[in-house]
Ligand binder design. Structure first.
Ligand code: ZN
Length: 260
């Protein structure tokens, strides 16, 4: 499966995890790629071209400004993405993370993904930095609900059953600020400290993701990256496994079991 060097790096990664007690895992789109979930731009090839059918980029269609001005337009693309992802399930990588979490004093998963897969695979300590697509909330009152999918939404944009205002998915649209609660939980977790930071399947290196990795590297704490391609933070990582997320996390979980 792995070349000689890859095997050495796998062993090194497993040894690092074996010594850690408090782990921060940061996951992105690559984590869910093995569930068949592409990134926004790639969803089912829907947005391979520069512009959507409405003549704007997908980032513009899914921006907070557009939602405010023309929620129906944003909803058209939100619903299209949800439909393309419908039926996808957590993969072995999500399950491997949930399984290995039990070995650690703290095992916090910070995810950029909005699919809810870490929780459905059994992870408990999850911070959803970009929200969750299967939660809906009113833009005016406090009405909220959880939905399995959007199949029952027949009018776009959907209206709040309590006050009639526009309902939106509880996700961070482009140009919007990160949710206070998630940021506060993340700050608190960082304050409590981690002795290993592992980054999985994300090349979108926002400052809030790069900073803890760089900080951990400066403080000589362990850093591990699992990404098919090198990223801006690869240079800060002790070990970079240039592989897909699911198979690698399964292999790491097995290595931890074997060492126990
Ligand atoms: Zn309402």
């Amino acid at each position: 499966m792995y070349s000689r060097t890859d095997t050495d790096e796998m062993q090194q990664a497993a040894a690092m995890l074996g010594q850690a007690r408090r782990v921060l895992v940061i996951t992105g789109a690559g984590m869910s790629a093995d569930s068949g979930l592409p990134t926004y731009r790639g969803v089912g090839g829907l947005y391979d071209r520069e512009l959507t059918a409405d003549g704007i980029s997908i980032e513009q269609a899914l921006s907070g400004d557009t939602f405010e001005r023309d929620p129906g337009l944003s909803w058209k693309y939100i619903a299209e993405i949800e439909r393309a992802c419908r039926g996808a399930r957590p993969n072995d990588g999500h399950r491997a993370l949930a399984a290995m979490a039990r070995r650690f004093e703290r095992f916090c998963v910070l995810t950029q993904n909005v699919d809810g897969f870490h929780q459905s695979a059994g992870s408990r300590d999850v911070i959803e930095m970009h929200g969750a697509i299967h939660r809906l909330k009113c833009t005016r009152c406090h009405w909220r609900t959880a939905v399995e999918d959007y199949a029952r939404i027949d009018t776009l944009p959907p209206a709040c059953p309590d006050c009639g205002a526009v309902v939106r998915p509880d996700v961070v649209l482009f140009g919007e600020v990160l949710p206070d609660r998630a940021v506060a939980r993340y700050d608190q977790a960082l304050g409590e400290g981690f002795d290993l930071v592992m980054i999985v399947g994300t090349s979108a290196v926002f400052p809030y993701i790069a900073a803890p990795v760089q900080q951990a590297a400066m403080q000589r704490r362990a850093t591990l990256e699992i990404n098919p391609q090198r990223t801006d933070i690869s240079d800060y990582c002790d070990v970079c496994l240039q592989t897909g997320a699911a198979a690698t996390l399964v292999a790491l979980e097995q290595a931890l079991q074997a060492a126990a």
